[in-house]
Design a binder for this molecule. Structure first.
Ligand code: HEC
Ligand code: HEC
Length: 321
């Protein structure tokens, strides 16, 4: 997946919060990095979990963590995250015991994914937090990362230290905080409950809301629906060529959202990047392995999300090009 986060807006959002809403921030549960709890024991590896983990990693992790020359998850520089927080590198998450996560416990890996806190207590920036990932999906991710898939082959390459900007350093511990551990599902809801499954996919497993709300800086990872402009689009992100792309309005507003789309059009856009208005660019992932049930669940869920009127470039709202 191509995940390029426009960190400037994140920082601006955080600054605004720091100025205007500090009390709100302070009231949020706040887990100091060194005390981040590990969560429940991680379910053991099975062939089914390895397969499920492979599916999720391909969609949600490979783009940021794959070294394009070595072709393992040895990490890469992340210019597509912008430079407001500094020069960030995605980490080596191969099985290497020294440079990768070979010696991390399963719980440490899951805690990092859910909260952003690493096993050394350090807050990791630049990676979305999978706060609502189900226990089953978390176990599947770990099972895959431990498997003998070529992507996870132990690669003895150190991750360069993050070069945080003075701004990022000054916001550490105040505006930049780990996400508290939240009560999450044990399993994804069944396809017979499409709204519940769609919600889980959109905020738990595939993070649609993370990119498709107003700004990453005003997202609320512990209570995603309270994110500003939830699912209404508008976040500016960088594509592979560091060109700005604006995430789009996924609410059912008929003028600026998906209100006039059919489920079939939605499925084609999400799976293959072919939208009625044209080809979609990174960082929008191509969710090509979604099942019909999953597409249906996402579509059914989106119909329940409060409509927002917010024109994005395909509606003629100032294309960023
Ligand atoms: C938007 C890009 C991005 C995506 C998507 C992403 N990561 Fe990361 N990840 C990062 C960055 C950047 C770091 C390093 C942060 C730091 O060290 O401060 C990181 C760090 C990590 C670490 C910590 C490794 C260490 O040595 O500290 C693990 C484990 C990890 N990611 C796993 C995953 C998994 C599993 C997924 C998919 C479910 C994923 N990441 C998706 C960018 C990303
Ligand atoms: C990493 C960020 C990111 C994630 C995660 C993401 N998207 Fe997107 N999405 C975008 C961006 C950016 C665009 C606009 C791309 C362009 O301008 O070519 C987009 C475009 C779209 C469009 C086209 C809408 C239109 O009006 O043309 C749909 C539909 C869509 N995304 C659905 C989803 C769904 C459903 C999910 C979760 C399963 C999701 N996206 C996850 C970033 C993301």
């Amino acid at each position: 997946m191509k995940m390029s986060l426009r960190v400037l807006s994140m920082v601006m959002g955080l600054l605004l919060l720091a100025v205007a809403g500090f009390a709100e921030f302070a009231a949020k549960p706040n887990v100091p990095p060194q005390q981040a709890p590990g969560g429940a024991a991680v379910r053991p590896s099975t062939p089914k979990r390895v397969l499920q983990g492979e599916k999720i990693v391909a969609l949600m992790c490979v783009h940021c963590h794959r070294d394009p020359s070595i072709k393992t998850l040895a990490g890469r520089p992340m210019p597509d995250l912008g430079t407001d927080l500094g020069n960030l590198y995605s980490a080596n998450i191969t099985r290497d015991p020294v440079y990768g996560i070979g010696k991390w416990t399963d719980q440490q890996v899951v805690t990092l994914m859910r909260t952003g806190t690493g096993r050394d207590g350090r807050l990791h920036l630049g990676m979305p937090r999978f706060a609502y990932l189900s226990d089953e999906d978390a176990a599947s991710l770990v099972a895959f990362l431990r498997s003998d898939n070529p992507l996870t082959r132990a690669t003895a390459l150190p991750t360069p230290p993050q070069e945080l900007s003075p701004l990022a350093k000054s916001l550490m511990g105040t505006a930049l905080q780990p996400t508290p551990l939240v009560k999450h599902l044990a399993e994804a809801p069944p396809a017979s409950q499409p709204v519940a499954l769609g919600r889980y996919l959109a905020i738990g497993r595939y993070q649609c809301y993370f990119c498709h709300s107003q700004s990453i800086g005003t997202n609320n990872e512990a209570q995603p629906e309270l994110s500003k402009g939830f699912m209404g689009g508008g976040e500016k992100m960088l594509d592979d060529d560091l060109k700005v792309r604006v995430s789009r309005n996924l609410t059912m507003d008929p003028e600026t959202g998906l209100g006039k789309w059919t489920e079939a059009q939605f499925g084609k856009a999400v799976k293959f990047g072919m939208a009625p208005g044209g080809i979609l660019h990174a960082p929008m992932p191509k969710f090509s392995t979604l099942t019909d049930d999953e597409v249906h669940a996402l579509w059914t869920y989106l119909k329940t999300v409060p409509k927002i009127k917010n024109a994005t470039p395909e509606d003629g709202a100032g294309s960023p090009k």
